[in-house]
Design a protein around this ligand. Structure first.
Ligand code: ZN
Length: 495
């Protein structure tokens, strides 16, 4: 048998409907071909899992293009079209056995609410029904019938904070190979419920531990081939936003249907417990001046990791108002302030106004300080474990120093989920007493050895106070609306 080939690549981003900043091409890290393969080998990224599985199975990968960006506002239509065109152009050559796509699943474009489904459907039209198409998604994906109809198999992360990116891609890859070998006839039982988890959706403790344990037991006992539980990204104003459970059987629908229904029932029964509360910023910072431990704060209300703008001043205003005197690293998105620092250069003393252009819960800051560093294309390699080994860069930055605070101004929003973002700009994490990140879960994995990680209750576009938004398409959903338990169901056979 000649060596098998798999088509992979695509576009991955998580969108926030209420973030007005469109995600343009310059926010994406773009790789293709052999460079894409080599630069992701051995990483705990979703594409890294595809690369390593291919190597293990002696499969050659074809990667026309792979666009990856951090979360943010919806993606420009023309960026999505560019990726689709590249993938379809390669698909039309037909010189491969299967398609395995490492995506997020929670992306929107200016006009599309299910771009991933559109990509799958267009690929399906080209490759026909016999070529397996599988995909791996983030646990926060927005999965719907249109996503599932063209797909033979979909796997979602089982962890939040996410640490099984590569393992999830391996499930998708192995399913494609098993179909080619005739060992797998995937039959999908899907169930959907318009209910949001809001703040207590970690898989480290709480209700999701037991729910995932139930799913794992169902797989171990042969009731299902694979189970994914999607706790949808909460800031998508799209029809039928909510929880989605997928259970795949191997030729059988009845048992996976029972599993999917039971998992959804467990989510519903625990709905009140899946709404969390976050600690108070002031309480967490008490005594920080005298402490010799670093605290890493997740800015719950402005998580770029969940699509927030990354320019909230709330925590910095709190530090200034309460006169906390501790070495602090505070990152903030403000391209105009970066340009102003570039204009005066390193060593320049200026009065700078920054932040609060999109996050309006807390006023802009105007302060005197000195520019201590400037740079561009600063390379970042994630320590992990979340996305370990992932390579990216900070496009342009300036460090504006005011008293003990290094304000890290960037011309693009970043979630700062990994300590290497700070090293990359000359701010050693171990030298800070307070480090602020724009993440709620994932940073806590990667900063675990730096200090104590606490996600604090702050206002903003990614606060779980979802009543702050004017929803047009997603409602009714729990907990805003008084809905009953009436899940929708969907099933799919391959042939
Ligand atoms: Zn996620």
């Amino acid at each position: 048998m000649s060596q098998r080939r798999v088509l992979s690549g695509g576009i991955t981003q998580e969108s926030h409907s209420f973030n007005p900043i469109l995600t343009r091409r310059d926010r994406f890290t773009i790789v293709s071909g052999q460079h894409a393969v080599e630069s992701n080998r051995g990483t705990n990224s979703i594409f890294g899992g595809v690369v390593d599985s291919a190597k293990e199975a002696d499969v050659e990968l074809i990667v026309p293009t792979l666009f990856r960006a951090e979360s943010g506002g919806p993606v420009e239509d023309k960026v999505f079209s560019e990726v689709c065109d590249a993938m379809l152009h390669a698909a039309k050559r037909g010189d491969f056995d299967a398609v395995v796509l490492p995506l997020h699943g929670g992306m929107l474009t200016e006009t599309l609410s299910d771009p991933e489904g559109v990509l799958f459907e267009r690929l399906r039209e080209v490759v026909g029904k016999d070529v397996p198409i599988t995909a791996a998604f983030d646990l926060h994906a927005y999965v719907k019938e249109s996503t599932l109809r063209p797909l033979d198999f979909l796997a979602g992360y089982l962890t939040n904070p996410h640490e099984d990116q590569a393992a999830t891609a391996k499930r998708a890859f192995h399913a494609a190979i098993a179909m080619l070998d005739g060992r797998l006839d995937p039959v999908l039982a899907a169930t959907f419920l318009p209910m949001l988890t809001l703040g207590n959706d970690t898989t480290l403790d709480g209700p999701l531990v037991d729910i995932h344990e139930y799913a794992r037991t169902a797989i171990d006992s042969g009731q299902a081939y694979d189970v994914s539980i999607f706790n949808a990204q909460q800031f998508l104003d799209v029809p039928h936003l909510g929880q989605v459970v997928l259970a795949y059987g191997n030729g059988d629908l009845e048992e996976p249907r029972k599993v999917a229904n039971e998992v959804m029932h467990m989510l519903w029964d625990n709905r009140d417990l899946l709404i969390g509360k976050y600690p108070d910023l002031g309480k967490e910072l008490k005594g920080i001046d005298d402490s010799n431990r670093t605290i890493i704060l997740g800015d719950q209300g402005d998580r770029v990791a969940a699509g927030g703008p990354g320019d909230s001043t709330y925590i910095l205003n709190y530090l200034l108002d309460s006169r906390i005197d501790a070495e602090t690293y505070f990152p903030i998105f403000d391209p105009t302030a970066v340009a102003e620092c570039e204009r005066v250069g390193v060593g320049g003393e200026i009065t700078l106004t920054f932040g609060g252009n999109y996050s309006t819960h807390s006023p802009k800051i105007t302060a005197e300080g000195v520019v201590i560093n400037l740079g561009q294309a600063a390379p970042v390699v994630y320590d992990g474990p979340c996305d370990a080994g992932t390579k990216t860069s900070i496009e342009r930055f300036a460090i504006f120093r005011m008293n003990n605070i290094s304000v890290l101004l960037t011309n693009q929003p970043y979630a700062f989920i990994d300590p290497d973002y700070f090293r990359a700009v000359g701010l050693p994490p171990e030298k800070a007493k307070i480090i602020v990140t724009r993440s709620g879960y994932h940073y806590a994995l990667n900063f675990a050895s730096t200090g104590r990680c606490v996600t604090v209750d702050t206002p903003g576009m990614t606060s779980y106070f979802v009543n702050q938004f004017t929803w047009n398409k997603a409602r009714p959903f729990y907990p805003i609306d008084n809905i009953g338990y009436a899940p929708r169901q969907f099933s799919r056979r391959r042939h």
